[in-house]
Write a protein that binds this ligand. Structure first.
Ligand code: LLP
Length: 426
């Protein structure tokens, strides 16, 4: 937590009360140097642990043009999951060969766009998509480089909505049914496709490294098995993202360095044990790059005293700009931006302004007595908030700024009331 010489909360050298004044609230403010530092930490950690590796930022966590450009400048790859994310990346000048196109039900037009722009990998999720892509890719000059997403059958200890590696997952080709092996055979037979590697992603907000080790070992075993059957050796192994971040004081998560070293060790040992050449290693962190780098700023409106010396305050945002508490029971550290060091005085529940009882951003947090008009900051707000924001109740979505060296710049304007009407027709 950065506190400036006025005793107020700051980010990238910018005073957060001033930012709220300048840009209005709700506001998402990102520390640009922290974003770049997080990209570099991952890149350096992988370069130190593995000969040939690539860190691919998972755009679904947060993507605007400025973020796509920053990721390109930091030499990372980009994981996109839709024609919209792809379009954003390309408009930002992101090199297509470093784009990985994911998704469990890509539309024909999205696959066609991926082929037309020459994305680095289409990560094929299922047999149906493999057939569709084969058809679209047939007859082109160059075979399309693909990877196959495999469901490794690994259970990660995280919220049920954030698990993707188990056998009932809606993502990927199952090992348990033999589907994954069948997909390899089919892909190798397709002249329009160039099967480069295998992919797995076990889930998100994972605070323990053991499931990553398990998934790495499983995937190397799959690679070895595939080689025995087909003679094909994956040149690339992509083990996805999923590293958790601390949201509350006292929570601890493994560092990106721990995560990278653990995965690299597991893949290295398993490859050596199986007599498999070491593949290019790809990792796809999203949350752990962007979550810690941003705060969400709200202004306090209605204050209500509750029985038992509890207080409820309503802020000018809520579940439409941050659905995570409602969807996953996510919890946050809340700080009064103008007086971060003031001692807690009362148990406070922070609710949003949307017409829904579940619109509670933080429950029973010890805080100073908040006043109408004061600015509160939710910390570690950089991942899956702006990205998941909606227009519920027809509220305009918040503005987003990047802060660096005490200066701020708007990277996504606040929606206007007319923006809300732009797609309506009478
Ligand atoms: N790669 C793939 C294939 C993914 O599906 C995801 C996230 C990532 C990488 C990045 O995972 P991360 O490092 O960010 O954990 N909306 C939820 C999170 C959904 C994650 C979806 N996939 C939330 O707010 O917690």
């Amino acid at each position: 937590m950065e506190i400036n010489d006025r005793g107020r909360l700051a980010l990238g050298g910018c005073d957060l009360v001033d930012l709220a004044e300048t840009y209005d609230t709700p506001l998402y403010a990102y520390d640009e140097a922290a974003l770049r530092a997080a990209c570099r930490r991952y890149r350096d950690a992988l370069a130190g642990a593995w000969d040939d590796g690539l860190v691919v930022y998972a755009a679904k966590a947060f993507l605007v043009l400025a973020m796509a450009r920053l990721v390109a400048e930091e030499d990372l790859g980009l994981d996109v999951v839709s024609g919209g994310e792809l379009h954003t990346a390309l408009r930002a000048g992101f090199p297509p060969e470093r784009i990985y196109f994911h998704g469990n039900n890509k539309a024909p037009w999205e696959l066609a766009a991926a082929l037309e722009h020459g994305v680095g990998r289409v990560v094929v999720d299922n047999l149906d998509e493999l057939a569709l892509l084969s058809k679209l890719a047939g007859g082109r000059d160059r075979p399309a480089p693909i990877a196959l997403r495999v469901t490794p059958g690994v259970e990660a200890d995280t919220h049920a909505h954030l698990r993707t590696g188990h056998n009932d997952s809606k993502f990927g080709l199952r090992l348990s049914t033999g589907e994954a092996y069948r997909a390899v055979e089919l892909a190798l037979d397709e002249p329009g496709l160039d099967l480069v590697g295998l992919h797995a992603h076990i889930g998100s907000q994972i605070m323990d490294l053991a499931p990553f080790t398990a998934a790495a070992r499983t995937m190397v075993a799959v690679a070895a098995e595939v080689r025995r059957h087909t003679g094909w050796t994956p040149a690339e192994l992509n083990l996805g993202g999923g590293l958790g971040v601390p949201y509350l004081p006292g929570e601890r998560a493994p560092t990106p360095e721990d995560f990278v070293a653990t995965v690299a060790l597991a893949v290295g040992e398993a490859c050596d044990g199986a007599g498999l050449p070491r593949p290019r290693l790809v990792l796809e962190p999203g949350r752990s790059i962007v979550a810690p780098a941003a705060v969400a700023l709200y202004r306090v409106g209605a204050v209500r005293e509750l029985n038992g010396d509890r207080v409820m305050v309503a802020v000018d945002g809520g579940m439409a700009d941050n659905p995570r508490p409602t969807l996953y029971g996510a919890r946050y550290q809340v700080v009064p931006a103008g007086r971060p060091r003031d001692p807690a005085a009362v148990s406070t529940t922070v609710v949003g302004r949307y017409c829904e009882s579940g619109d509670v951003l933080a429950r029973n947090v010890p805080l100073p007595r908040l006043q109408r008009g004061e600015v509160v900051a939710f910390l570690a707000a950089g991942a899956y908030q702006v990205a998941m924001a909606s227009n519920y109740n027809r509220f305009p979505r918040p503005a987003v700024v990047f802060c660096c060296g005490g200066r701020s710049r708007l990277v996504q304007a606040r929606e206007t009331l007319d923006d809300l009407l732009a797609r309506d027709r009478l």
